[in-house]
Design a protein around this ligand. Structure first.
Ligand code: BDR
Ligand code: CA
Length: 323
C-alpha cells in the first residue's frame, strides 16, 4: 500500500476523505494532522479523532497543528460545515486524546520514518505544510508527491477567483507550490463535480457498517448560505445526493488515471485586493507580451487536474466505503 498522511480541517468532506483512506486497501494511513480552517483547530482535532474511531482506526496518530494562518486571521466556514464543523450530526466525543507532539513534529517523524516515500494529502489550508517545509526541509527527500485539495483554474468559492483552502492562507500555499517535490493540484474544477447520486447515499445511510452510515449522513449534509449556520434540513431527504469533495483528492492518489492533469505553471496571488488567494494557472500555448518584454519568471510547475472521470470516482468511493 501507498504510505499516506492526510493534513485536514475536518470538515464534512475531510471526514469523507478519512473514511475512504482508512478503508482503501491500497492506502497505509500513517498519520493525520489537523489545522484551523473549516472550524477552529481544537474542533478539527475532536472531529478527526471521532471519525477515525467510527472508522475503526483509533490507532492512527493524530496531532494538533496551527490554530491560525501564517498572516491572515482564522476565518471559520461554519456556514458550510455546521457549528461543530461536521454538519451538526450530534457525533459522540472521542475517547482518546491527540498525540503529545504538534503536527509539524508528527509530520516530520512519520515522513522520515516511513520505509517508502510518503504521499502527503493536504485537504485544508496549507499552514502546517508550510511550517513543516520551512522548519524541516529535509522531509522532501522522503515525500513521493503532494496531492492537495485547493485552488481553482476557473471559478473560486471563497471569492470569485479564490478557493477556500488557498484563500485562507495564501502565503502557506505559495510555500507549498515551491516545495521542490511533485505536486498535484486537485482544485475546484474537479472537486465540485464528483457527486454521489441520492439513491446510493440513501443506501449508505441504511448500512449496518458505522463508517458507511456516517458517510451517508455526511453526504446528505446540506450547507446553508454564508452568514448562517448549516443545520439538518428535512427537505434534504427528498434528494440526498452529495459531493465527495476532499475525498476526491485521496481517490486521485490510488487511481491517478481517474483525473486528467497537465503540468502547468501555477502561482498564488498574494497582493491585497480582489485576486488575493487566486491560483493563477498559465494555460497559454506560448509566451505573451509580459515574457517578451520582461523575460520569463521562475514559476512552480504543478500537475493541475483539469478533468475527472466522475462515474469512476463515485464507483471507487462507494466500492471502498460501502463494501
Ligand atoms: C475546501 O474547503 C473546505 O470547506 C473543504 O473541506 C475543502 O477542503 C473547498 O474549498
Ligand atoms: Ca477541507
Amino acid at each position: 500500500p501507498i504510505p499516506v498522511i492526510i493534513d485536514c480541517d475536518t470538515g464534512v468532506d475531510d471526514a469523507l476523505a478519512l473514511l475512504f483512506a482508512v478503508r482503501h486497501p491500497g492506502i497505509d494511513l500513517r498519520a493525520v494532522t489537523c489545522v484551523a480552517g473549516n472550524t477552529d483547530v481544537d474542533g478539527v482535532v475532536r472531529n478527526t479523532l471521532t471519525v477515525l474511531e467510527i472508522a475503526g482506526a483509533a490507532d492512527v496518530p493524530v496531532a494538533r497543528g496551527a490554530a491560525r494562518p501564517l498572516i491572515e486571521p482564522a476565518r471559520s466556514a461554519q456556514h458550510v460545515h455546521g457549528s461543530d464543523g461536521m454538519g451538526d450530526l450530534g457525533l459522540p466525543a472521542p475517547t482518546r486524546r491527540p498525540a503529545d507532539v504538534d503536527a509539524v513534529t508528527l509530520l516530520r517523524r512519520e515522513i522520515l520514518a516511513s520505509p517508502r516515500p510518503v504521499t502527503l494529502v493536504p485537504t485544508a489550508p496549507l499552514t502546517n505544510i508550510a511550517l513543516l517545509l520551512r522548519t524541516h526541509p529535509e522531509v522532501t527527500r522522503n515525500i513521493e508527491r503532494i496531492v492537495f485539495m485547493g485552488g481553482a483554474v476557473a471559478t473560486g468559492n471563497a471569492t470569485p477567483v479564490a478557493e477556500f483552502n488557498v484563500w485562507h492562507d495564501p502565503e502557506a500555499a505559495a510555500v507549498l507550490l515551491t516545495a521542490g517535490v511533485p505536486i498535484t493540484m486537485y482544485g475546484l474544477d474537479v472537486f465540485e463535480r464528483v457527486v454521489v447520486p441520492g439513491e446510493q447515499v440513501r443506501r449508505l445511510r441504511g448500512s449496518a457498517e458505522p463508517g458507511a452510515r456516517l458517510a451517508g449522513a455526511l453526504l446528505s449534509h446540506r450547507p446553508a448560505g454564508p452568514g448562517t449556520v448549516a443545520s439538518a434540513d428535512p427537505a434534504r431527504d427528498a434528494d440526498p445526493a452529495g459531493g465527495i469533495g476532499d475525498a476526491g483528492a485521496v481517490c486521485a492518489v490510488v487511481d491517478p488515471a481517474g483525473i486528467t492533469t497537465r503540468l502547468l505553471p501555477v502561482e498564488v496571488s498574494l497582493a491585497p485586493g480582489p485576486a488575493r488567494g487566486q491560483t493563477v494557472v498559465d494555460r497559454r500555448a506560448r509566451p505573451g507580451e509580459a515574457e517578451i518584454h520582461e523575460g520569463t519568471r521562475e514559476q512552480a510547475l504543478v500537475d493541475v487536474a483539469l478533468d475527472v472521470d466522475v462515474d469512476r470516482f463515485v464507483r471507487l468511493y462507494l466500492d471502498t466505503v460501502a463494501g
